[in-house]
Design a protein around this ligand. Structure first.
Ligand code: SAH
Length: 257
């Protein structure tokens, strides 16, 4: 075990938001500017990393599908080691750290090793994509509930609660679902939703590369394939998708100011 200064540094587990750097919280921006070392994922925008001090160390810990730059256990211990060396450690994760981000696992390790930590929420992809595509997650006319699920399970299968997901008056948001999109749509139909039920897939939401493909459970897999979408993508299933045509303001990737 490495012996550091008597007092360990704090680890800040910080959400970087879904892509648009302007969606960073003020708390996150302040902490990034004062960190000694940044440990960041591949979904974190370069403009956000630029907020760090010139002398700050930057460690890439990104993951892409099935290709982990650093195994999770090693990463957890790296955070412990850096803190024990007395550093202010900024662990930056895309979106919100406690939404499909393994933030819980990282903080459990810190807790077990007696390292002080703080967690800063971020705008999760579902919230960012909803606003920037004009697909409200709830709407009194269409949907009174919203469920977030991951389409990518640890062993690569998709063992979800289909009965619970295939409900009317509900919006289902699927993270990491592109690979399983056709299975997902088939299962939703099999469990009772009509083939013409609205569905959308959104690539790189809130960034200049945002693209939205809308269709139905029957048509979306083929439309997505034809569109050659790139990760990250988010899938939204539910009648709220109908509002996209009316409420979209960002397609083409421009904010007004
Ligand atoms: N903690 C993150 C999610 C990490 S899992 C959050 O709260 O957003 C990574 C998945 O998030 C991606 O596979 C994709 O499904 C989704 N995602 C993240 N950023 C996205 C974006 N800008 N557009 C669309 N999907 C995104």
């Amino acid at each position: 075990m490495t012996r550091g200064p008597a007092k360990p540094g704090t680890v800040y587990l910080v959400g970087a938001g879904p892509g648009d750097p302007d969606l960073l919280t003020l708390r996150a921006a302040r902490l990034i500017a004062t960190a000694d070392v940044l440990v960041y994922d591949n979904l974190v925008a370069p403009a956000i990393l630029d907020l760090a001090a010139a002398g700050a160390e930057r460690i890439y810990a990104g993951k892409r599908r099935g290709n982990h730059a650093l195994p999770q256990e090693e990463l957890n211990l790296l955070l412990v080691e850096l803190a024990r060396a007395g550093k202010r450690v900024l662990r930056l994760k895309g979106g919100d750290p406690y939404t499909f981000g393994r933030g819980g696992e990282e903080v459990e390790t810190l807790h077990d090793h007696g390292i002080p930590f703080e967690v800063v929420p971020g705008v999760t992809a579902a919230a960012g994509v909803a606003s920037y595509t004009g697909i409200p997650l709830t709407h009194r006319d269409y949907s009174q509930a919203c469920v977030f699920v991951t389409g990518h399970l640890k062993d690569g299968s998709m063992d979800l609660d289909w009965v619970g997901l295939a409900r009317r008056r509900q919006t289902v948001v699927i993270y990491m679902g592109l690979h399983g999109l056709s299975t997902l749509c088939e299962k939703m139909i099999e469990h009772g939703l009509p083939p013409e039920w609205p569905a959308a897939i959104v690539q790189q939401g809130t960034t200049p590369h945002q693209r939205t493909v809308t269709g139905t459970l029957a048509t979306l897999p083929e439309l997505a394939l034809a569109a050659h979408l790139k990760a990250p993508t988010l899938i939204i299933i539910g009648e709220v998708v109908k509002l996209h045509d009316k409420l979209a303001w960002f397609e083409g990737g421009a904010r007004t100011a």
